[in-house]
Design a protein around this ligand. Structure first.
Ligand SMILES: Nc1ncnc2c1ncn2[C@@H]1O[C@H](COP(=O)(O)OP(=O)(O)OP(=O)(O)O)[C@@H](O)[C@H]1O
Ligand SMILES: [Mg+2]
Length: 369
């Protein structure tokens, strides 16, 4: 089976006066892995259930494989779906649950048994075929739901937080399994998650939603390196924020004053910054913890942010230093430095300069409200 393109055309859903999803447009290629990422209540499930056909949109169209399916019932859309609340049939065994979509499609019994058994291996539950859903843990039920959605190799697969109930290790191995299977089948996957790490590792593109709106769409690297809003910058990866005053711009660099006397400059302004920020405005400066360095006080050169070490923690592959700034209101900056096992740790209270690489900084206007 080969994936089908999915075109979501200005789709919207209102419940009474409340807009759950507002005019979202997404053009998803055949075989693409697209994640929908957003905080709780941002409209992810509502959007997915409209694509599946379990909710009818208040506005817009859904085109799958070139066919307008907006008015087509869910069972005629040929979509595999894993729901957020993994609804297995309680009166069917695990094997019967997984085999159900195959039975509906008239697949022969022996072929069915073979594919069910392969699907059970895939989700690492080979010995659970005869159990009933109530005899499984939440994570096991979730894995059976994943197997059932994929077993008939649908051209489009919708998954709503399919790994939410699993522990970290199992979740990571299932992420790889799902990704490999998707590549092998060429299926188009629309994957809902509120876990940004999961979205970053699995996706070709990520659609970030907030309050029912699509706020940014791009590749993982794109969202990580070029967030268009402080919201996306904050939501994807770790980020420090400092508030400062915009002093002006020369030769493509924006100059910012932090506190009374720390002045730094950066070329990295969000795309809408130029048009909206005026000299004297309060602005937000975003700094990635892993793009920062530490030097002894006075040795940080230009773009040094003076502070003192509040705590340092060993975090396996890196050391995490919390530095309290000596300017402004004394915010904490997180600095993440790869652990090489040799570095002398900074003493608590040590006076340091946090050194920001210019391209690791990003400027945003202060959002209203
Ligand atoms: N049947 C419904 N009736 C009224 N409001 C609803 C209904 N379903 C969802 N909503 C509202 O629509 C908004 C979006 O809900 P949705 O379930 O799509 O969010 P979500 O992004 O999936 O959140 P979560 O991460 O918590 O699953 C929420 O404010 C929710 O309360
Ligand atoms: Mg949801």
């Amino acid at each position: 089976m080969i994936g089908a393109p999915v075109f979501i055309d200005r789709i919207g859903k209102a419940y009474g006066s409340q807009t759950a999803v507002g005019a979202v447009t997404l053009d998803i290629s055949a075989g693409e892995f697209l994640s929908i990422l957003g905080p709780s209540g941002s409209g992810k499930t509502t959007l997915l259930t409209m694509i599946a056909g379990f909710e009818s949109p208040s506005a817009g169209r859904i085109i799958i494989g070139g066919r307008d399916v907006t008015a087509v019932s869910p069972d005629r859309r040929n979509i595999g779906m894993v729901f957020q609340r993994y609804a297995l049939f309680p009166h069917l065994t695990v094997a019967e649950n997984i085999g159900f979509p195959l039975r509906m499609r008239g697949i022969r019994k022996d072929l069915r048994a073979e594919r069910v058994s392969r699907a059970l291996d895939l989700v690492q539950l080979p010995d659970y075929a005869k159990r009933y859903p109530h005899e499984l843990s939440g994570g096991q039920q979730q894995r059976v739901a994943v197997a059932r959605a994929m077993v008939f190799e649908p051209p489009v697969l919708l998954m709503d937080e399919p790994l939410g109930a699993l522990d970290k290790k199992l979740r990571e191995s299932m992420q790889i399994e799902i990704k490999q299977l998707q590549r092998r089948l060429g299926a188009t996957v629309i994957y809902v998650t509120h876990d940004q790490e999961e979205a970053l590792t699995m996706s070709d593109r990520i659609a970030v939603m907030a309050k029912g709106q699509l706020v940014q769409l791009g590749s993982p690297a794109d969202l990580y390196c070029n967030p268009e809003s402080a919201f996306v910058a904050d939501f994807i990866g770790k980020m420090n924020f400092l508030t400062g005053e915009f002093l002006g711009k020369t030769a493509g660099r924006h100059t910012i004053r932090l506190g009374d006397d720390v002045v730094i400059d950066t070329p990295g302004a969000a795309h809408n910054f130029e048009g909206s920020a005026k000299i004297g405005d309060r602005v937000r400066l975003a700094l990635r913890p892993e793009r920062l360095g530490l030097a002894a006080r006075g040795a940080g050169g230009q773009n040094a942010l003076p502070g003192r070490i509040e705590t340092s923690v060993f975090a396996g592959s890196f050391d995490l230093h919390l530095v309290r700034t000596d300017f402004g209101s004394g915010e904490i900056i997180q600095v993440q430095i790869p652990a090489d096992g040799k570095r002398e740790p900074f003493a608590m209270g040590a006076l340091v300069d946090v050194v920001a690489e210019r391209d690791g900084l990003r400027l945003f206007t202060v959002e209203e409200g």
